[in-house]
Ligand binder design. Sequence first.
Ligand code: 7RM
Length: 636
Amino acid sequence: MSNYHIKHLEEYWQVYRKSVRHPEHFWEEIAEEHFVWRKRWDKVLEWDFDTPIVKWFQGGQLNITENCLDRHLATRGNQTALLFEPNDPNSPAEHISYSELHQRVCKMANVLKSKGVQKGDRICIYLPMIPELAVAVLACARIGAVHSVVFAGFSSTALATRIQDCDCRMVICSDGSYRGEKILDLKSIVDQALEECPEVSTVLVVQRTLQDIAMVQDRDFYMADLLEKSSADCPIEIMEAEDPLFILYTSGSTGKPKGMLHTTAGYMVYTAYTFKNVFQYRDGDVYWCTADIGWITGHSYIVYGPLCNGATSVMFEGVPSYPDFGRFWEIVQKHKVSQFYTAPTAIRALAKENVDYVNSYDLSSLKVLGTVGEPINEEAWHWYNENVGKKNSPIADTWFQTETGGIMISPIPYSTPTIPTFATLPLPGVQLALMDHEREEIKGNQVHGKLCIKFPWPSMARTIYGDHDRYRETYFSAYDQMYFTGDGAMRDAVGYYRITGRVDDVIIVSGHNIGTAPVEDAINEHPAVAESAIVGYPHDVKGNALYAYITLKESGEDRNHDNLRKEINELIRSRIGPIAKMDKIQFTQGLPKTRSGKIMRRILRKIAHDESNQLGDISTLLNPEVVESIIKGAMI
Ligand code: 7RM
């Protein structure tokens, strides 16, 4: 029996039980057998969920890029590490071997050093899905700098907030990016953001689109010029197990994004282990995750997890709809993809199109399908299973979070029987709990509750950068000695889990977490707006669509409402990004409030869901009379 690669359901249960009985021993064995350490750890785990502190493999020393790159050079130097598929289907794909990737990472690491970057410095990376993004991430890790990747679809305001929050002095960006037929201007977004970030002294610019950009003297440099002069010899920085590896921002229910901090050894061990098991990766396979590296899925399952296993990982620059809705399947056929991992929102968008787009390609190379980011509805699951998998490739519905670093709940393909909409079983080492309203754990099956995790796992985020109190408050204060996920879940008769969605005020739109607060903040910036509340409502492609209830200041009453709607969406686009634009805006006389002044989103959610006959008791509201008028307004 191998702990590292599970191949049967019985084996899963054996491994799972072992991982719960002796968690430390379980992870120690995996850490010992599958990774390169410069010094062995003294202590496998130290933890308490009150403070909270969690430390894995203390005393151990290593570098994650030695595990992702150097150790493969002797055995698979010529094997493709990254397979880059550009936006333009007529441009050739780029096969970057392990030895070439190693060289490129070393060169870029030396560029960073030449610009004064030191261990522990935070580097902001704002790049599209091009090889340099993966190279930049690894270059930081090689010299012990902490990367903070910001998804290159975020606005300049969002970028500036993230640069300021973790005090980055360097930004790595590109001139522009290709997305389908569009060319986006990234450098000007960076320039705008940096007006608010005087501490940033260096900007390294990767040229992708070769469009005209402004370069600031002594601040901005072309990456290519620096790489040319840079040596390909860059020894690793030896890192402590708990040294920070990266910060990744995720939106919360209050305005400020949370900089989740991940550390080195535990993150490496867990993402490598889960990659191997969830995707059942074998030598020779070509693995493709369609996420952007700007999200945790891309960090863990495009870069670190696959490379640690010596896999071939596809990186796709474009979009599923360009040049047409067959693009994903064309790429699967062209590169003989064996594992394909995407989001329910992409599946729903493709399922709306003619099925011939799928059927015109040979998808027989596929062995495992994956989905992540939000609950997958039954219809989308069947469409994926029948048309893409031909009922022959198990679907891994993988549940995890930026905070968990790696996949926590998922079937093990070919071992765990799948059921649509169920993420099924916890992976080894993951101890789940469902909690009731009395904050007690609900035992037994066929139950529903708030999803918690009661024992540490190696890849959990260790803190919110610069705000450990908020970390404790958000994740460890709701339930005693538990990590609270913010999600609800049900456990069925056989112990399978089905995630039912967020229980807080985060709305998932097309797989993007939209915190209500920052969007409301943006709306409220409009001079005509008095107050706003946004909620999600079901949307067949995006999962959720956004609905804004807005009360206007008196002076705005007689304005043209359609213009106002446009202006508000424009404001949201510029402050947050196009993903947060409203699908519906209703102007109201007032918003339902509790007596302590909190907006009752629960009621607005019901109205948006067209369930205003199920509002329950609203007599405790401060202003029950506004509810009736909101219901009337919603019907127009
Ligand atoms: C990986 C990622 C986390 C939130 C999480 C859930 C939701 C993610 C699933 C899912 C149902 C899934 N990280 N979520 N995966 N819900 N089934 N398989 O998305 O930090 O961006 O979001 O996403 O609500 O708490 S994330």
